[in-house]
Structures are given as structure tokens and as C-alpha cells.
Design a protein around this ligand. Structure first.
Ligand SMILES: [Zn+2]
Length: 263
């Protein structure tokens, strides 16, 4: 097995696990780009990554999104196996942060009709819960209902453990959350679905068709890019190629993605 990418500093360990891949069409995953050469070169159908972060702080484990679980195809749903292989058993997870209610992020919180992480507080934003409630027949809402006793909603930006702040980053969905992790090695923003492909750092109009509010989406994308560039913050984006971690560079007034190097 390929060792998962990880960062370790004093009291914190950040590991990136793969849930597999998500087959998407260009019409679904890459809209709003305008006349963008780079986007035009994409094939009609392709696969994007599903990379999710698990944080270990002292004896606490925080999982940020849970992948497709049993709701996707054969290409996905591998997160639990990956966690297990790294010695992180489902009962050891203390918090599952749900960035938003799309099924590629929350499907994995249920296994065999029961909560997959039985000891974890599952946190999502109140705005996202209200949004999910609008489609009671959706797979997403059914999944959320199966973890209801474990679910906690937050109404404002909230620090769940020292140095781990959940921030509202709306646009993709109304209650989308980004996780800010402060370490003595630097700051990391786990941005989940704020960005869809690395090129969306350069063209922030680029979005998935499901984006709920594209004007707000662009605003959020620009804000985080400017912040990350100015303060040398690392960004993690779950659908970027593994491990999905990098920084923002400015080349001739254009912001660009710079992935970390992996051996
Ligand atoms: Zn997604």
C-alpha cells in the first residue's frame, strides 16, 4: 500500500486519505469558465480525485468529510479501508466535520444503515442543514437522518479544538464550511469544494453546475486566494489531484496553484 501523505508537527498530524475517484462530465464539473483554453482542452468525461483530511491532535481525531461510502460506484468508497490501514478505527473518530451536504462528502458517514463513526460528533452548519432539509427525498438528506442523534449544527464560525476553526465559506452551497488549522508549521485551509480543479485558482468563475450561488462562490474563491497568497497559507482542495495540498503563487498578476511535491 502507498503510504498516505502526511504532515506532522508538534502536537498535530494531518493525513490525506483517498476515497477513490469521481467520474464526472465536463458539462457537470466545469461550467462558467468562459473562453478558457485550458478548460476547452479537457475531455468530455474525466475523473476527479476524492481526497479527505484526517487530523490527529493529541488523542483526538477529526475527519473532514467522509467520501461516497456505499452511495457511489466501485471507483469510490475506499476511505474507511484507508483509515483502518493507517490504524485509525471508526470508533476513534471524535469529530466528523461535514463541509456540505453533497453525497460525495457525506455518503460515507453511514455504513450498513448505521453511523459509520459511532462515537463522533458530526458537525455541519445550520445553513447547510436548512438547505439539505429542502430536499427531503434526496439521498443526502436520508444519510443525514441516519446520524441525527450525533449531529450538531453551528450558526457561527466555531473553534472545535484549539487551532481548529470551522469557517463559513458559502457559494458552492449556502452553508459550506472550510476548516482552518493553525500549527507552528503554518496555517492550512481545508477548503473542500470551494475550488473544483487547480485551474480554478486562476479562473475563479469556474464552478460545478450544482453551485448554489455563483456570485457568492466567486467572492469566496477570490477571498481565500488573496488571503492564502498574502499570508503564505496552505490550501487543501479535495477534488484536486492527490494529495490536493499546495500554495498560491502570483505569476504576471495571475494567481496559480502550486502543489506540494510528493516523493
Ligand atoms: Zn465534492
Amino acid at each position: 500500500m502507498k503510504r498516505p501523505y502526511e504532515i506532522q508537527c508538534e502536537h498535530l498530524r494531518m493525513i490525506v486519505f483517498s476515497d477513490g475517484v469521481f467520474p464526472v462530465s465536463k458539462n457537470f464539473f466545469l461550467v462558467g469558465a468562459g473562453n478558457d483554453q485550458e478548460v476547452e482542452q479537457f475531455p468530455d468525461d474525466f475523473e476527479v480525485a476524492l481526497n479527505f483530511v484526517c487530523l490527529q491532535i493529541g488523542d483526538k481525531h477529526i475527519l473532514i468529510d467522509a467520501g461516497f461510502g456505499e452511495t457511489g460506484g466501485q471507483e469510490s468508497g475506499h476511505l474507511l479501508t484507508e483509515l483502518n490501514q493507517s490504524g485509525i478505527k471508526p470508533h476513534m473518530i471524535d469529530y466528523v466535520v461535514l463541509s456540505h451536504s453533497h453525497i460525495d462528502h457525506i455518503g460515507g458517514i453511514v455504513k450498513n444503515d448505521k453511523p459509520a463513526f459511532p462515537n463522533a460528533t458530526h458537525i455541519m452548519s445550520k445553513k447547510e442543514w436548512l438547505y439539505a432539509e429542502q430536499t427531503p427525498d434526496s439521498k443526502s438528506f436520508q444519510v443525514l437522518n441516519k446520524v441525527l442523534p450525533l449531529l450538531e449544527v453551528i450558526e457561527v464560525d466555531t473553534e472545535i479544538l484549539p487551532g481548529v476553526l470551522l469557517k463559513h465559506t458559502p457559494g458552492h452551497t449556502p452553508g459550506h464550511l472550510t476548516v482552518e488549522v493553525r500549527t507552528n508549521n503554518g496555517v492550512y485551509l481545508i477548503t473542500n469544494d470551494v475550488y473544483n480543479i487547480p485551474h480554478s485558482i486562476s479562473n475563479t468563475d469556474l464552478r460545478v453546475i450544482l453551485e448554489e450561488d455563483s456570485i457568492q462562490g466567486v467572492r469566496t474563491r477570490n477571498q481565500l486566494i488573496q488571503l492564502a497568497h498574502k499570508e503564505q497559507i496552505f490550501i487543501h482542495s479535495c477534488h484536486f489531484p492527490y494529495p490536493g495540498l499546495g500554495t498560491i503563487e502570483k505569476v504576471n498578476s495571475l494567481y496559480q496553484w502550486k502543489s506540494v511535491e510528493i516523493q
